[in-house]
Ligand binder design. Sequence first.
Ligand SMILES: *Cc1c(COP(=O)(O)O)cnc(C)c1O
Length: 389
Amino acid sequence: MNYSTTGADHGPELPARAGDGTRAVRAGLPEPVKHEPTLPGPVFAAHFHLPGAPTGPYTYGRDENPTWTLLERAIGELEAPGRDDAETLVFASGMAAISSVLFSQLRAGDAVVLPNDGYQALPLVRSQLETYGIEVRTAPTGGDAQLDVLDGARLLWIETPSNPGLDVCDVRRLAEAAHAQGALVAVDNTLATPLGQRPLELGADFAVASGTKQLTGHGDVLLGYVTGRDAAAMAAVRRWRKIVGAIPGPMEAWLAHRSIATLQLRVERQNATALALALALRERPEVTGLRYPGLPDDPSHTIASQQMRRYGCVVSFTLPTRARADRFLDALRLVDDATSFGGVRSTAERRGRWGGDAVPEGFIRFSVGAEDPEDLMADVLRALAESAA
Ligand SMILES: *Cc1c(COP(=O)(O)O)cnc(C)c1O
């Protein structure tokens, strides 16, 4: 079987107008070979036969693996369809992917702009960057406030929609301003998934994401990726993966690829139910601070509708007290009290329990799964009523 990374064995070209479902089920598949499976199984190899000159692609398992190659193609076809200049690299987790971009692109004396309302591990990254002499500036995602602290920065890190606050910024506008002064732009695309938003088309240099969430969608895999269009920058990201060794196992990579086949189905169902849930919660007097970028009157909706094709499966809102929020979570039967999001089984959590996000005590981050919408809504409304006591 030929897994060459040159693309020579890449599966048949899809019609240019192929829809998201068609692209998802075919993403990254190799050219059909008689007696071989459609999606070849995971290749478990620490090293590969390598007589003579040690030329790639497959030499040692920390550098390349055929199962990654197919997954990287699949993600690349969704993040950057039709772009020959884009390259995708997969990582052990979303944080491995994020760190690979930040730590490979920044040097002592550089300045970087991060969101101050982004993923909860970013403050840890911030203090690590600072120990290396990198200046870290932060600003909120909403209102494109990162523009105000961009001056002279080497890299702009955007997370939109932000997790868990679901604020949205104008990626085109920020990317233009950053590029005008020579800064690189990375977008954390975890919440939207590539079917919801394509950062490279909006002007970003890197789309970075945790594949742990809706991309793989079953709550059984940790994975991350970086898709980039600057060859030199991506060479540095690849080198970082090699020296840190933050690589996915072949089984995880294969599970991820298998899961991507159903991405469009999952996203359609989960996101449609998320909108329905947001509309139902809007009618409830005990719910405040309701956020969903797909709600027509959400503060994020105008920009979101200009740059997103789908609005995600996460809804956030606040219940009056911590105790009320705990009772609500307790009363849910179809929704697991668990962190993370994007899975086929709905989860919710009181986000304040972690202590890292600037959210009210009663703040709930709700991840809508693939249950029948009527069942899920009935469960939520019943739990809201029961938790009132
Ligand atoms: C979960 C998450 C990450 C980190 O991903 P892991 O796979 O858990 O390392 C990064 N960014 C966002 C927005 C996330 O939700």
